[in-house]
Design a protein. Structure first.
Length: 329
């Protein structure tokens, strides 16, 4: 476990070759009411060719190790992972190896602790997470707070909703408690307003460099908080999926592949007028030829057996009646 207000940690034997296969967890914990800003200084854990598969990786988790708290996995030796700001005072880094590439030196990272703001917050790291507001001194107060997330060179910022407190959205009809998201500091540029936790996984926001979040919570208690993470995406990282096409136009969904699934960022259309409503259609599965052959053979055998059985029964019936006729004579 790593403590203090700042520090550095690295892979075993750094800057020499690390053991493999191997797995180790690093727990970074700072004082209460502080958050952790994590910066990667070196990541050299795989082969030096970009086409090589990732046999070794570092995994970053906020608060605790688990799929819902995973921020990212990184393995590239060509690009350092983004700087990260935690939601609380604990972060886990997991280093998993399966082979020892020649000349790979491992990884090195540093961290510093910062004062945790609970109401009006500014984040300027490429990825981050936060639990809002999680402050006992706010109990029974009415909160009206703002969060500003600034990421350089990001065309889109994706907000991943991890957890909503069970009492945050009790009265969904009046939208008394809500989370409003804007793509600029102008309150007229509202992207969405969240008053319910139903089917809420991720919210992509098209914005050059920044997202602004305003939340209101009436009569706050610890069951009226929420936890989310964020990360920036460029247009070059999006994948293209054609969802509709005809002779004159097409509709395309652009999505980003995240660790928790695909996030549809936008939909474009070359069709005139409104974008056609495209229902989700699951194409029928093709039946394998051998399965079809088995079914046909089975049906043929069943038909033959039925004919033979019917013939046997008919022969027995006729023989029985012939015997009776002879006895009567």
């Amino acid at each position: 476990m790593l403590g203090n207000n700042s520090g550095t940690f690295h892979s075993p034997n750094f800057p020499d070759v690390f053991p493999a296969p191997f797995c180790i967890n690093y727990k970074v914990q700072v004082a209460q009411d502080r958050v952790i800003q994590l910066t990667w200084k070196k990541l050299d854990i795989n082969s030096d060719t970009q086409s090589s598969p990732c046999m070794n990786e570092v995994q970053l988790y906020d608060q605790s190790i688990g799929p819902e708290n995973e921020i990212f996995k990184a393995c590239s030796s060509y690009k350092l992972p983004p700087q990260f700001t935690s939601s609380g005072n604990v972060v886990y880094v997991k280093f998993v190896t399966s082979q020892q590439p020649p000349f790979a030196k491992g990884f090195e990272a540093s961290y510093i602790s910062k004062v945790q703001n609970f109401c009006n917050i500014n984040f300027n790291t490429s990825v981050g997470a936060m639990t809002i507001p999680n402050n006992p001194s706010y109990v029974h107060q009415n909160l009206d707070c703002k969060i500003t997330i600034t990421i350089r060179n990001a065309d889109y910022i994706i907000l991943r909703w991890i957890k909503f407190g069970p009492q945050l959205f009790q009265d969904t009809s009046s939208c008394l408690n809500y989370i409003a998201i804007y793509n600029t500091s102008n309150s007229n540029n509202l992207v969405t307003k969240i008053c319910s936790a139903s089917n809420r996984i991720a919210t992509p926001v098209a914005s050059k460099n920044s997202v602004h979040i305003r939340y209101q919570i009436h009569n706050y208690n610890h069951l009226k908080n929420f936890h989310f993470s964020y990360f920036g995406v460029t247009s070059q990282q999006l994948h293209r999926n054609i969802v509709f096409v005809n002779a004159s136009c097409e509709v395309v969904e652009w999505y980003y592949t995240a660790s928790f699934g695909n996030v549809v960022i936008k939909k474009t259309s070359s069709c005139s007028g409104n974008i056609p409503v495209i229902p989700s259609v699951v194409p029928p599965r093709k039946m394998a030829s051998w399965v079809l052959a088995v079914i046909i053979s089975s049906a043929s055998l069943f038909s033959a057996a039925l004919i033979i059985t019917s013939g046997c029964l008919l022969a027995r019936y006729l023989a029985r009646h012939r015997n009776r006729y002879q006895q009567m004579q």
